[in-house]
Ligand binder design. Structure first.
Ligand code: GAR
Length: 226
């Protein structure tokens, strides 16, 4: 049966756009049931409205406690029979209260290779640290911030010349591919959580061999002979 997803956003909504695009392309089977933003000016709301996806604005400043704010969002999600909550650039930390309503049914996209650079502006953290490789992570949400079983990660090189926005754009290009893919795997029932690990059940082969996956990313490039 088609799964209903509820997408939570706070800003531009390019990840939401990527989900919509994969749905239009026919590779994503999820029904985008509702988009909820805590920010009334989020451009993602316009993206959703243009596609006739129901939208709700629930500004956190209208509530005294986090739980009251979350209760309002949960009520909306329940109203749309949401099976999976997708945090696509949602810039609020969820409490135990929210998570207990959707155990193992909330996923988040984070612009870093977790567990590195958790928290705000992970791209700036990576540039300032001087890492040579960063990337994006889609993970199930648990009670710790930017933490929980990892479904998929994508890596990108980082150059010493990169500004924060250069890296952010490079990472976004990966985000737009891995987030819809993770959603589709969940929709197909191919994701199993085993403790801290996530197992992807392959469609055709019983088990993926790590050697068959892809060459590793090394940055800067190795010179001949190494
Ligand atoms: C994305 O880079 C996403 O990974 C990040 O916010 C951006 C939202 O972009 N999320 C976080 O930092 C959450 N910790 P978008 O609104 O264009 O999808």
């Amino acid at each position: 049966m088609t799964k209903n997803i509820g997408v939570l956003i706070s800003g531009t909504g390019t990840n939401l756009q990527s989900i919509i695009d994969k749905k239009s392309k026919g590779v994503l089977s999820a029904n985008i049931a509702v988009v909820i933003s805590n920010n009334e000016n989020a451009y993602g709301l316009i993206i959703a409205k243009n596609k006739n996806i129901p939208t709700h604005v629930v500004p956190h400043k209208d509530f005294t406690t986090r739980e009251e704010h979350e209760k309002k969002i949960i009520d909306i999600l329940k109203g749309y029979n949401v099976d999976l909550v997708v945090l696509a650039g949602y810039m609020r930390i969820l409490t135990k209260f929210f998570i207990s309503h959707y155990p193992e049914k909330i996923i988040n996209i984070h612009p870093a290779l977790l567990p590195s650079f958790r928290g705000v502006d992970a791209q700036r953290q990576a540039v300032e640290y001087g890492v040579k490789i960063s990337g994006a992570t889609v993970h199930f949400v648990d009670e710790k911030v930017d933490h929980g079983p990892i479904i998929i990660q994508g890596a990108v090189p980082v150059s010493p010349q990169d500004k924060r926005d250069d890296l952010a754009q490079r990472i976004l290009n990966i985000e737009h591919r891995i987030l819809p893919q993770a959603i589709q795997w969940i929709c197909e029932g191919r994701i199993k959580i085993q403790g801290t690990k996530v197992i992807l059940i392959n469609k055709n082969k019983p088990k993926a061999d790590i050697k068959d996956i892809m060459p590793c990313l090394i940055n800067p490039q190795l010179e001949e002979g190494f």
